[in-house]
Write a protein that binds this ligand. Structure first.
Ligand code: GAP
Length: 457
């Protein structure tokens, strides 16, 4: 099924996954707020990521570093000098574009002649056909000032990635944890980039979250470690995020197109409705980062192998994941429309279902009394309170049961528990499965164990 971004953006707003940022003030272009369900979904994705890549392994340590760091960090990492995109401006409408995006769009057009690739000077503004300025470099770092004086001595930057915090703490982690290679440092956090052309909903924004880790190794082991991480990443997408693996493209970045310090980079791309674009990446960064921080800080960041006494600068494999892009992909993968029969014989209606993997669904169980009458709602409310100790639960008693099921389907709730008048007699409730729509009578006393079993599969 071809996924439609407009439908997903509209559902996301209507049901409280993602709201346009600062909306009552007319919004702020390309800024988004996560609503109640979006927050829960994002939290579930981050928790699953953390469990899979950190908690379940014995070779990872967590870290949480500052967003504002000493500006020397960004001098060492190369961000102040090189973290820029090429910008062109339309001389007529003054819209600004990234040169690489315009060249990419031009080369995607039918009839494009690869042998005679176009240069930016041959292209026109895609919005008004005006001519474009010469390209110039635009640094993406968000600048700010520390304290009251706004002069060059107080300049600081919001971090554009979480990686630097992990490199500058490498020695601290070694000393504090007595770790031996190979091991990784992981963190999840907010990042800021002054993107020239943000867009496509939450795909490219100016503030976003990254989950990434730096895996420190002896350089002799880089090839097999890279393969190990590639296969773990495949397992992540297949088993945890449970996406259709045909929607991923594993793009091996060829020689000459990688960052100068990288010996191997794979961009994991996704077939979004707006084209095949990056979802996340994995790079072998050699010892570039530690050696730069060693040079600029003057501190010794070498490692001595306690068994062989070999002294070297560890090399790094870096898998990096945009949390917001993973959330976008989970919305795209989950969205489905199905024709289902209505209560009226012979008629059908479209049911919109967010088929999230059960462990990622923001609401896990909905408790729905068949009537608002106290004798039923009292039992249902008590049941919801009990279930909340183990599950995220929504209680809903308004409108017909059919409408309530549809509402839960639309937000991806895996199980609806209906309390009816018979429940008062037989102490059983009806559990409805989101995907099969099958219903089963379950003893109230067994319900927790029944649901726990369903979520553990
Ligand atoms: N430390 C490596 C690093 O930061 P990156 O490819 O620049 O690598 C990591 O960024 C990931 O962050 C990307 O693969 C993407 O998922 C996400 N990302 C990058 N820029 C983004 C933006 N403007 N909006 C949302 N996500 C972004």
């Amino acid at each position: 099924m071809q996924k439609d971004m407009d439908k997903i953006i509209s559902l996301a707003k209507r049901r409280g996954f993602v709201f346009p940022g600062s909306e009552i003030y007319g919004g702020l272009a390309n800024s988004w707020d996560y609503g109640p369900l979006g927050h829960m979904l994002k939290q579930n994705i981050k928790n699953a990521w953390w469990k899979f890549f950190v908690q379940e392994r014995g070779d990872m340590v967590p870290l949480d570093t500052a967003i504002i760091m000493n500006p020397k960090v960004w001098e060492a990492s190369g961000h102040l000098q090189n973290f820029s995109d090429e910008l062109v401006e339309c001389k007529k409408c003054h819209h600004r574009f990234r040169s690489d995006h315009l060249l990419e769009a031009a080369s995607a057009k039918p009839g494009y002649d690869k042998e005679n690739a176009k240069t930016i000077s041959e292209l026109k503004c895609p919005d008004c056909d005006g001519s474009l300025t010469e390209p110039k470099q635009f640094n993406l770092m968000f600048k700010t000032h520390l304290g009251v004086n706004e002069d060059t001595s107080t300049v600081a930057y919001l971090r554009p990635e979480t990686a630097a915090g992990m490199f500058v703490n490498f020695k601290n982690i070694l000393n504090a944890t007595r770790r031996r290679l190979p091991f990784g440092i992981a963190q999840i956090g907010k990042n800021f980039r002054n993107e020239i052309t943000p867009g496509n909903f939450i795909f490219r924004t100016r503030e976003f979250e990254i989950g990434e880790f730096e895996y420190f190794i002896n350089p002799k082991e880089w090839e097999e470690t890279f393969e190990m991480w590639l296969s773990e990443i495949k397992r992540w997408w297949q088993d945890v995020m449970q996406i259709d693996m045909n929607n991923l493209v594993w793009h091996e970045i060829p020689d000459g197109e990688r960052a100068h310090y990288s010996k191997r980079t794979v961009d994991v791309e996704y077939k979004y409705p707006f084209g095949i674009k990056e979802l996340h990446g994995i790079a072998y960064r050699t010892d570039f980062d530690l050696s730069r921080h060693e040079t600029v800080s003057g501190q010794d960041l070498h490692y001595t192998d306690p068994e062989t006494n070999e002294r070297f600068l560890p090399h790094v494999i870096e898998p990096t994941f945009g949390i917001d892009r993973m959330l976008l992909v989970s919305l795209l993968e989950a969205y489905s429309e199905e024709e289902v029969p209505t209560a009226e014989k012979g008629e059908s209606e479209t049911r919109v279902v967010m088929k999230f993997p059960k462990h990622l669904a923001p609401i896990q169980v909905a408790v729905l009394p068949l009537s608002k009458k106290e004798e039923l709602s009292g039992v249902a409310k008590d049941l919801a309170t009990t279930l909340r100790k183990n599950f995220s639960v929504e209680y809903d008693e308004t409108q017909s049961i059919g409408k309530r099921y549809r509402r839960q389907d639309e937000i991806g709730t895996p199980y609806c528990v209906t309390v009816d008048f018979e429940s008062l007699e037989d102490k059983k409730v009806t559990v409805r499965d989101r995907d099969t729509m099958e219903q089963e009578r379950v003893e109230i006393g067994d319900l927790q164990a029944y649901l726990k079993d369903k979520f553990s599969r």
